[in-house]
Design a protein around this ligand. Structure first.
Ligand code: HEM
Length: 518
């Protein structure tokens, strides 16, 4: 017994001596990834890395293919989450204290201004990058070949990205927050336009009900802020991460990113793929190989990696780390120089004029000025439905993984963008100069305006143009390219008009300096 306890103590001493090695060993189980086997093991044993394949196709590593846009969206999200948690330490979600707590964060708390700016700009940057990522996925035809479902998950991510930004905009409870909240509440209430026209609001006030549900009352107040805060810091983030998990998992299950069917490595790719100088190929010794099975390709190339792939460690991870640090540096530098706005404390008695939604909704607000229902619910709903249906209406499986599906697609996109821009601008110039039905016939029934207004005419044009393209080219893919390009053009032009050219009472002004002083 005495001996045993003695040897027990000895063992304990040895364990203590080996502590550094054993503790580190339990974290780093594989050791330094020096062989191909250990490089592969790192990828599939690490929780954070295993969502990615052990091997990556060289096409995926070409910066010009993905442009890194999905990754940037993800990294911006990470920056937003970390800075957001820091803000939560001081932010107080009550209408009495919210404004002052944001002021404290900005002017008193150490590095608070930087944290707030980073949170704001990384969050809004997400909108830009998620939209550009969607455009990349669309133009490379990456919603096909089993990726239809992931495209739909993407649309959910897009909606949540907008929602999380919008809800954040309300939290400082300054004049910007308050009057944007009023506008959003009006958008939510916009089905009233229809029920009023039909004279059924008294029995079926779906608009009023939705608005009340959203605000937690009839006017913006403390219940609204509590609700919005709950969405901003909990519900939206939970759903965002859940769907993002599914998004990444689907990429894996769909066999990685899309690539051209007849992919031919370029000289630069070949260098990565060729033995023995390459970094991290699957074969790392100069063995000779017997032909055990039929290899794909023109010749059984012994010195090439399988199907043009390379090990993800280090090839993919280095690229990802580079994108991350670039992203972080860009956000820090931008946030250092450009401050997130903070106006006066919210005042329900002094309306902002113009009361504007945040910039990413100003395209909608422009449409809203033609018809509340169509701008607030009808047309955005149609746009989302159209985006969601794209993979099901265009099922051509050729040219996947090629930007614009080739030359014809590029021409179709450019023509749609150019003609679309001209038509939309002409329409806007007409509306701004001559007004619409209500200005010409003050007693015109509202329902007529809901049905025929510049926004609807524009969407009608988009659809008609896409059908013409399908008929002319005999290709649904070309029709989809035309439609999507028109969608992007309208988002950009309408957002610009809403942001820069609209002033008090939603009047047209060439610049802010012309706004009447009041
Ligand atoms: C929070 C928003 C989003 C994040 C963080 C995100 C992230 C990513 C990442 C990192 C990839 C890998 C390839 C790349 O970087 O391009 C990817 C691929 C993909 N994403 Fe997203 N995404 C988001 C939103 C969207 C949206 C809005 C759509 C489309 C409606 C979309 C559809 C897809 C599809 C289909 C793929 C596979 C592409 C392929 O196979 O080439 N994603 N996403």
């Amino acid at each position: 017994m005495g001996d045993m306890s003695h040897s027990g103590i000895d063992r304990m001493k040895e364990n203590l001596k080996a502590l550094k090695k054993t503790v580190v060993g339990s974290f780093v189980r594989i050791g330094r990834p020096t062989s191909d086997r250990s490089r592969a093991a790192v990828m599939f044993n690490n929780f954070f890395l295993h969502v990615q394949g052990v091997k990556t196709h060289v096409n995926t590593l070409r910066p010009g293919y993905t442009l890194g846009l999905g990754l940037v969206s993800f990294f911006l999200l990470l920056i937003t989450v970390i800075s957001g948690v820091l803000l939560m330490i001081y932010y107080n979600p009550s209408i009495e204290n919210a404004y002052n707590s944001v002021k404290d964060i900005t002017y008193v708390v150490f590095a608070g201004k930087l944290a707030r700016n980073m949170h704001k700009w990384a969050g809004e940057g997400m909108i830009l990058f998620v939209l550009m990522h969607m455009a990349r996925v669309f133009y490379t035809g990456s919603y096909k070949n089993g990726r239809e479902f992931n495209w739909l998950i993407g649309i959910v991510l897009l909606i949540i990205t907008f929602g999380i930004n919008l809800s954040g905009y309300m939290l400082p409870w300054d004049q910007l927050s308050y009057w944007a909240l009023v506008i959003v509440a009006n958008i939510i209430q916009s089905p009233k336009e229809i029920t009023d026209s039909l004279g059924i609001t008294r029995y079926f006030d779906i608009g009023g009900f939705s608005k009340e549900l959203f605000l937690g009352g009839l006017t913006p107040g403390k219940e609204s802020l509590t609700r919005i805060y709950l969405f901003h810091i909990m519900l939206f983030p939970i759903f965002l991460f859940m769907f993002l998990g599914a998004h990444f998992w689907r990429i894996r299950k769909d066999g990685g990113l899309t690539k051209p069917e007849n992919f031919e490595p370029t000289t630069a790719d070949a260098e990565m793929l060729t033995l023995p100088k390459k970094r991290g190929g699957i074969f790392s010794t100069n063995k000779t190989y017997g032909l055990m099975e039929l290899a794909r390709g023109k010749t059984p190339a012994v010195d090439k990696d399988i199907e043009n792939t390379v090990l993800s460690w280090p090839n993919l991870l280095l690229a990802e780390a580079a994108v991350f640090f670039l992203c972080l540096a860009a956000v820090v530098v931008y946030s250092f120089y450009i401050n997130a706005p903070l106006k006066e404390l919210a005042n329900p008695l002094i309306p902002e004029n113009p009361a504007k939604a945040p910039w990413y909704f100003l395209g909608l607000q422009e449409l809203l000025s033609y018809s509340a229902f169509m701008g607030g619910v009808g047309l955005p709903g149609l746009a989302l439905l159209g985006l969601a249906l794209i993979p099901y209406l265009d099922r051509e499986q050729s040219h996947v993984g090629i930007w614009f599906s080739g030359r014809q697609g590029k021409a179709v996109a450019l023509r749609a963008a150019a003609v679309g821009a001209m038509v939309l601008i002409a329409l806007l110039v007409f509306v701004i100069n001559f007004g619409w039905f209500r200005n010409w016939w003050p007693n015109v029934p509202q329902l007529l305006i809901t049905l025929i207004n510049p926004g609807n005419l524009w969407v009608g044009f988009m659809i008609a143009w896409s059908f013409i393209v399908i008929r002319k080219t005999g290709s649904t893919r070309m029709g989809a390219i035309a439609l999507f390009s028109l969608f992007l053009v309208s988002y950009v032009i309408l957002t610009y008009v809403g942001t820069e050219l609209r002033g008090p009472n939603w009047g047209f002004f060439w610049s802010k300096s012309q706004w009447p002083v009041h």
